[in-house]
Every structure is written in C-alpha cells, then in structure tokens.
Write a protein that binds this ligand. Structure first.
Ligand code: GDP
Ligand code: MG
Length: 318
C-alpha cells in the first residue's frame, strides 16, 4: 500500500519504493499543503550532486543522458561520490503536460526505465506558484533526501527558463553540435555564462574543429576566470566520448571541492529564497486586492483621505 502522507512516503521511498518517490515528486509539482510538507522534509537532508544538461532541441541531450546513465552506473562513482542509484529528471518548460519531446526522451531512455537503480521522471509545467523553476530544485532535494547521491537534469529548449533550470546544477553541461557557431552567437549571453562544460555532440559529423575553435574564442573573449569550461567531443549514438565527459565532470567537481561548491550553493539558496519571497508577496497582493479592507482603502483614496503609499502600508500592516 502506498501512503498519502509525505512522511510515510519518504520512508517508503528510502526503502526503494519508486511509486512513493514518484508521488512525492508529483506533490512538489502540484503545490498545496502536501507540497509544503514534502519540501520541508526534503530540505532536512543533503542535496544530491546535480549534473544539468541543456542545449537546443535535437542536440542529442537525451541520447547523451542515456549513455551517461550507463557509464555512471558502471563506474559506480563520480569523483569521491559513490553512485549506487541515479535520478534523472527530464524537464520541458514549454509543455503544460507530458508532451511529444519528453515522450521521445522516455523512449530513448526506456532501457533504463526498468532498471531498479534508475529513477527517470518527466516534469512539465503544472501552473502552480513558481512553476517548474521551483519544482525542479525541490524535486532534486526529494531525490537527495531519499538517498540518491547524484541526479541528472535534462531540459528541453534554450529559453531563459531552460537555462535557469539547467544552471541550477552543480555542473552544467551545454550540449552543442558541429556547425553551431552561429547559433552560439545568438545564445552567447545565456549559455556561455552558465556552462561549466561544453559538449560537441555528433562529433561524427563535419565541422567539429571549427566549432571547437569558435567555442575557445568565445571563452577567450570572456576573459580570465577561476574555472575555464572544458570542451568534450562525443558521439552519443555510439557512446564515444562518454568516459571523457564523466572525467570532465570529475575535473569540475574537483575544482568545486576547494570551496566553490559551498559558495555556489549559497548563491542558489539566496536566489531561491528571493524567488519564493517574491512569489509569496505577489500571492499576498492578489489576496489583499480582493479584500474588503482593500475596497475601504480605494474609497479613502478617492475621498482624498489617504495616498497610495499610506494605503499600501495600512494593508500590509494588517
Ligand atoms: N549523427 C549523430 N546523431 C546523433 C548523435 N547523438 C544523437 N543523435 C541523434 O540526434 C537526434 C536527437 O537526439 P536527442 O537525444 O533526442 O536530442 P535532444 O532533443 O537534445 O534530447 C536523434 O535522432 C539522435 O539519434 C550523434 O552523436 N551523432
Ligand atoms: Mg531530449
């Protein structure tokens, strides 16, 4: 019997119940009291190490994720982190329900779907407060709390939201293809900034050297920084380069271990708190503006007995 209460679900999920885990992820997606309770329980445990993959549709993210799952489980570790099970979130911000892109991803990862060591979950917008940009980090914390040491997040698309979600990872992998130089210019601001690693996937095609050169040039233009993103060539279809990608993840993880991981997580904690604060305040405004007290302030404004600032202060101090 699968429980409905978050606390019991966490206990079941820790014992290996994927149904219980799936229900917890549904709770954090859907909002409401169960979401609040699930999130509170999840944040009491350490987060997993998160590797995010982003890049344009068709770049090969899902195929590469599929390869990464195999390689990571075979190796059984990434850096100092032991991997006995792996959580994978496939995120599609543009889709209000489980749509075509994610269906394709699931088919590509189907071999792993029956593997007890792998939990694969699609997430799409459910329209609750904050939507996916909060639900994804919350779901990652749920994975951490039930014992997943490492999680992968694949986001579909290249909009700002996709970039935000993928870059909320400890290691962000931007997946490109040969000949992507021009598109890269267009996305420069968003993707260059968030990339810890670049993958030139479909390296079986022409133009790899030029793309690498373009990427190197853009990194040069970015000036000196503590971590210079590594560029890895892969052929996800055959698995070529997957080991090299895992080694690049390990190199970045080793760099983070010097204290940067804690600083990056602090930055993300602040950003998430800001986001929740803003959403909570906006929700409060919506509630207030439907209230009788609000109508009283409107009448006072029209009567000239208050001003908008005084009216707002009066409403907020209630
Ligand atoms: N030639 C070639 N095709 C690839 C490679 N990796 C993926 N593909 C193909 O590219 C298409 C899109 O891959 P998919 O993983 O769904 O891309 P996503 O949208 O980024 O998740 C599929 O038809 C894959 O078979 C590769 O390394 N070389
Ligand atoms: Mg995909």
């Amino acid at each position: 019997m699968i429980d409905r209460e978050p606390r019991a679900l966490f206990a079941q999920a820790k014992e290996g119940s994927r149904t219980a885990l799936a229900r917890l992820v549904t709770y954090v997606e859907s909002g409401g009291a169960r979401q609040r309770e699930s999130v509170a329980l999840a944040y009491a445990s350490a987060p997993p190490y998160v590797v995010g993959l982003t890049g344009p549709p068709g770049a090969g993210k899902s195929t590469l994720t599929d390869r990464l799952i195999t390689t990571l489980l075979e190796r059984g570790r990434v850096g100092a982190t032991t991997i006995d099970q792996l959580g994978v979130l496939c995120v599609d911000p543009s889709s209000p329900f489980t749509g075509g892109a994610i269906l394709g991803d699931r088919i590509r990862m189907q071999d792993h779907a029956t593997n007890a060591a792998v939990f694969i979950r699609s997430m799409a917008t459910r329209g609750h407060l904050g939507g996916l940009s909060l639900a994804v980090p919350d779901a990652l914390r749920v994975l951490g709390a039930v014992g997943f040491p490492v999680a992968l997040v694949e986001t579909v698309g290249v909009g700002q939201m996709e970039v935000d979600i993928a870059s909320a990872a400890d290691t962000t992998v931007v997946v490109t293809n040969p000949g992507w130089g021009d598109a890269m210019q267009a996305n420069k601001a968003g993707l260059l900034e968030v990339a810890d690693l670049f993958v030139i996937n479909k390296a079986d095609r022409a133009g790899v050297r030029e793309t690498r050169r373009d990427l190197e040039q853009m990194l040069d233009l970015g000036g000196a920084r503590a971590w210079r993103p590594l560029i890895v060539e892969t052929v996800a279809q055959t698995g070529q380069g997957t080991e090299a990608l895992v080694e690049a993840v390990e190199a970045h993880q080793a760099y983070l271990a010097s204290g940067e991981l804690a600083r990056a997580r602090e930055r993300r904690a602040r950003a998430e708190l800001d986001q929740v604060l803003a959403l909570t305040l906006r929700a409060r405004v919506t509630t207030l503006s439907g209230s009788e007290a609000y109508e009283a302030q409107v009448r006072a404004l029209l009567a000239g007995t208050t001003d908008p600032y005084g009216a707002a202060e009066a409403l907020l101090s209630r």
